[in-house]
Design a protein around this ligand. Structure first.
Ligand SMILES: CC[C@H](C(=O)O)C(=O)SCCNC(=O)CCNC(=O)[C@H](O)C(C)(C)COP(=O)(O)OP(=O)(O)OC[C@H]1O[C@@H](n2cnc3c(N)ncnc32)[C@H](O)[C@@H]1OP(=O)(O)O
Ligand SMILES: [Co+2]
Length: 144
């Protein structure tokens, strides 16, 4: 685990949350991205070396919708940057942590991600993030 990659915050109304966090952090959202597979719309803000990920549900069965129903708006998860997500997943699984996906999956902001069940991590939903590397050209393939 290299560093905190982002803090995920569940919000009901993305525009209202953007207004609050842009004012609070004195910066502007640098990226918005929908992740249909997660049923979320995300917006990212950078504050120094730290990133905030605002998350709004895009479907009723989204993990964010369920979280908001149960707990209301607030911190949803902590994401950590890792160099090798497959190796980290194997290490954590070996150590007895419950992983919520058995293979890395596509996240936002060009990441491969995996989640650790909050019950395994002291009540905190933890996300592992590895920068998704561009596919390497096949040997002999012309670079575009
Ligand atoms: C990937 C795109 C983007 C990115 O960064 O790239 C994202 O971060 S997307 C973020 C949204 N996606 C996810 O959260 C995927 C992983 N989450 C899940 O699989 C579920 O949300 C899960 C398993 C954490 C909870 O599932 P569910 O809500 O269906 O179960 P329960 O409500 O029964 O919860 C079980 C138990 O866990 C507690 N809980 C739930 N969510 C959280 C949370 N975010 N932090 C801490 N604890 C959480 C919940 O209260 C239950 O505990 P209990 O004591 O039984 O009440
Ligand atoms: Co996240």
């Amino acid at each position: 685990m290299n560093k905190i990659e982002h803090i995920g915050i569940a919000v009901k109304d993305m525009q209202a949350a953007k207004n609050i966090y842009e004012l609070l952090l004195n910066t502007v959202v640098y990226k918005t991205e929908e992740v249909p597979s997660e049923g979320v719309k995300t917006a990212f803000l950078q504050s120094g070396p730290n990133k905030i990920e605002l998350l709004e549900a895009t479907s009723a069965d989204s993990p964010i919708a369920k979280f908001l129903e149960k707990k209301g708006e607030g911190i949803h998860h902590i994401a950590f940057d890792v160099d090798d997500i497959v190796a980290e997943m194997a290490r954590l699984k070996e150590a007895g942590f419950v992983l919520l996906n058995d293979k890395p999956k596509r996240g936002a902001d060009n990441k491969l991600v995996c989640f650790v069940h909050p019950k395994s991590a002291g009540g905190v939903l933890v996300e592992l993030c590895q920068e998704a590397r561009a596919p390497q050209p096949l040997k002999g393939e012309q670079k575009g």
